[in-house]
Structures are given as structure tokens and as C-alpha cells.
Design a protein around this ligand. Structure first.
Ligand code: NAD
Ligand code: ZN
Ligand code: ZN
Length: 346
């Protein structure tokens, strides 16, 4: 093993990533080193590169929080994983383990949480340092490229659907059927829900239909809230908004059925107006949802391992990362791009 690796780094916000040789990190006590096999490209990586959010990562950093690989070295004291195991290094990179949220198994909102590919270097590199207590354990039978989108897009939408409280036989409206949304459609169906998919791209909607959505709505062509209310006979019991677009949030609240829950998952920077009278008089719940806990992760991966959920993947080399970002920004990625490291040097 040489002691440098290839990594794609954000050196300045809003600028293309720079691919350079970087030192392979050494795992300290309690850490592990993972040799990357695959890493999905999430729209969050684009927000990170642009510096879109109030909490900004320190520059330079390596994005990527859908990294899957094999454990190649253990730091002192690590016993929970072994060399050779396949793990994922997710957005929830680590948490304190002791605060009120960690104790309640809500480690996703731990105030000391670290984020993979954001506050810690991520998977757009040939090696990743990880915390063995928070890695995803990839079930046998799931390849690295298949697992990659599950550890962010999958777990986030699976958890978000649970947070809608929608029950089997009820309707869920999924706004945005890209990387997150195309998995959300599959999780929702596997969970017994009826799906109405909303997007602004007919190709994405055709894909949602192929995946089993019973109704589709192009938000550019019709008033999407009215169209969803019509398709679902009064509004969706659960609404999951994955679209990185503020208008989709306002529309999502309006497509929620009386007493239903609208779960916000997309993270465009900014705010959206909320019609108080409608929300109050219709007893609507609006709720944020942030990735998922380790237990949610295990459940989300189990759906994939059993074949009920399968990400649609386009493989690309790390050298294509800036083109992938440009396409993602324009909505030109059909589902999920996964960076394939299997042919990379090092
Ligand atoms: P993506 O680019 O793959 O997909 C976005 C989809 O939204 C596309 O299909 C696009 O056509 C569609 N869209 C755009 N505008 C729309 C509109 N007005 N109405 C309906 N659909 C619209 O992105 P992704 O990787 O799926 O990520 C989506 C968002 O989710 C990003 O903001 C990302 O940061 C966020 N995210 C949040 C969490 C979380 O934990 N809450 C986790 C992962 C990603
Ligand atoms: Zn993500
Ligand atoms: Zn904590």
C-alpha cells in the first residue's frame, strides 16, 4: 500500500472539487480505516460544496457520505468490527452516546454529532477514517455499489416515511423522485402504502410509475396540491418532501390530508410560508426528519438485502465528480450516481 490516496476535495465553496493526492489517514485509538469500494453522490454533497447551510464545514474537506468499503486497519481498542468486514460510513459519522437524545436512541440529533463528508472527511476518496460504533454494517448479499445509496437516500426516506405515521393502505405523496425519492417510492410500497409521486420531470415520473406509484403529478403542469387531493380523494395521509426546492414545501403542506403529517426532508437553504389557518383548522402536522438512527439503518439495509428495494445506479469514476455535480444541479441525474472505486489505483 502506498501512503497516498486520491481524493476529491472542496477547497473553496462554490468551486469545482479538486482531485489530488492526499495522505492516507492512520486510524487513532477507537478509529478504523476503510478502503472505499463505492460512494453514492447525494444532493447534500452539492449543498456542502456550495456552503448552502448555516453550519458550514471547515475547508478543505472531502465530501461523500454514502461510502462503502472494507475495513483494512483497526486503531487501538477497536473490537466491534473486524478487518475485512464491509461497512458504510454514513452522514451520522459519530455521536456522543451520553446525551438525552443519544440515550433515547435519537442519536441523529445529538448536539455533538459529527457528519461524514461534512465535519469529517468522507467517501470521495480511496480511504475513509470512521468511528466503528456508527458505521453501517452491510448485509452479505448486498454489493458495495448496491448498498451505497441505501446508507443515506435509503435510510433517510425509510425513516421519513415512518415519521409520516401513514398506515398500510393509506396514501403517501412523495415530492421529488430523484435519488431519495425513487427509493422512497419503493420503501413506501414495501410498507403497504399507496404512492402518489410528484416531480417536475416527466422522465422521473415515468420511473415512479414503473416502480409502482399509482398516481403521478407534474408540479410544473398543474397545481400539484389540487392534483394530489384529487388523486388521493382528499389529500395524502403522509407527505414526504425530498425536493431541493422551496416551492415544493409550500405545495407539500397543501397536499396533506386533514390530520395528516407532512415530513420535510429536502434541505434547500431558506424558509417557506405556512398557511396558518389551513394547518390549524385541518390539524396538520409538519415535521422535520434527519437521516436515521443506527437501528433505522439496519432496517433500511434489510429491505435492500431482501430485494424489496433496489437503487437505480449509474456508475462513474471519481474523475467525473464535477460533471456529476453539474448534472445533479440541473436535475439531469435519473436516480443515483455511485462513484466506483473498484478500478482505481492505490
Ligand atoms: P436529487 O437531485 O437526486 O433529486 C431531487 C428531485 O427533486 C429531482 O427528481 C428533481 O426533479 C425534483 N424536484 C426539483 N424541484 C421540484 C419541485 N418543485 N417539485 C417536485 N420535485 C422537484 O436530490 P436527492 O439526492 O434526492 O436529495 C434531495 C434533497 O434531500 C436535498 O436537498 C438533500 O440535501 C436532502 N437530503 C436530506 C436528508 C435528510 O436527512 N433530511 C438526507 C439526504 C438528503
Ligand atoms: Zn445524503
Ligand atoms: Zn449525544
Amino acid at each position: 500500500m502506498t501512503n497516498t490516496m486520491q481524493a476529491a476535495m472542496v477547497e473553496a465553496f462554490g468551486q469545482p472539487l479538486v482531485i489530488r493526492q492526499w495522505d492516507i489517514p492512520t486510524p487513532g485509538p477507537g478509529q478504523i480505516l476503510v478502503k472505499t469500494e463505492a460512494c453514492g453522490v447525494c444532493h447534500t454533497d452539492l449543498h456542502a460544496m456550495r456552503g448552502d447551510w448555516p453550519l458550514k464545514p471547515a475547508l478543505p474537506f472531502i465530501p461523500g457520505h454514502e461510502g462503502i468499503g472494507l475495513v483494512v486497519a483497526l486503531g487501538e481498542g477497536v473490537t466491534s468490527v473486524k478487518e475485512g468486514e464491509r461497512v458504510g460510513v454514513p452522514w451520522l459519522y459519530s455521536a456522543c452516546g451520553h446525551c438525552e437524545h443519544c440515550l433515547a436512541a435519537w442519536e441523529t440529533v445529538c448536539g455533538e454529532a459529527q457528519f461524514g463528508g461534512y465535519t469529517k472527511n468522507g467517501g470521495f476518496a480511496e480511504y475513509i477514517l470512521a468511528d466503528p460504533n456508527y458505521v453501517a454494517h452491510i448485509p452479505a448479499g448486498l454489493s458495495a455499489v448496491e448498498a451505497a445509496p441505501i446508507i443515506c437516500a435509503g435510510v433517510t426516506t425509510y425513516k421519513g416515511i415512518k415519521e409520516t405515521g401513514a398506515r398500510p393502505g393509506e396514501w403517501i405523496a412523495i415530492s421529488g423522485v430523484g435519488g431519495l425519492g425513487h427509493l422512497a417510492v419503493q420503501y413506501a410500497i414495501a410498507m403497504g402504502l399507496r404512492v402518489c409521486a410528484v416531480d417536475i420531470d416527466d422522465g422521473k415520473l415515468a420511473h415512479a410509475t414503473r416502480l409502482g406509484a399509482e398516481a403521478v403529478v407534474n408540479a410544473k403542469k398543474a397545481d400539484p396540491a389540487e392534483a394530489v387531493r384529487l388523486a388521493t380523494d382528499g389529500g395524502a395521509h403522509g407527505v414526504l418532501i425530498t425536493a431541493p426546492s422551496l416551492i415544493a414545501f409550500q405545495q407539500g403542506v397543501a397536499m396533506t390530508r386533514k390530520r395528516g403529517t407532512c415530513v420535510l426532508v429536502g434541505l434547500p437553504p431558506g424558509e417557506f410560508p405556512t398557511p396558518l389557518f389551513d394547518v390549524v383548522a385541518n390539524c396538520i402536522t409538519i415535521r422535520g426528519s434527519f437521516v436515521g438512527t443506527r437501528q433505522d439503518m439496519a432496517e433500511a439495509l434489510a429491505f435492500a438485502a431482501s430485494g424489496k428495494v433496489k437503487a437505480d445506479i449509474e456508475l462513474q469514476p471519481l474523475s467525473a465528480i464535477n460533471t456529476v455535480f453539474e448534472r445533479l444541479e440541473k436535475g439531469d441525474v435519473p436516480s443515483r450516481v455511485v462513484i466506483d472505486f473498484s478500478h482505481a489505483a492505490g
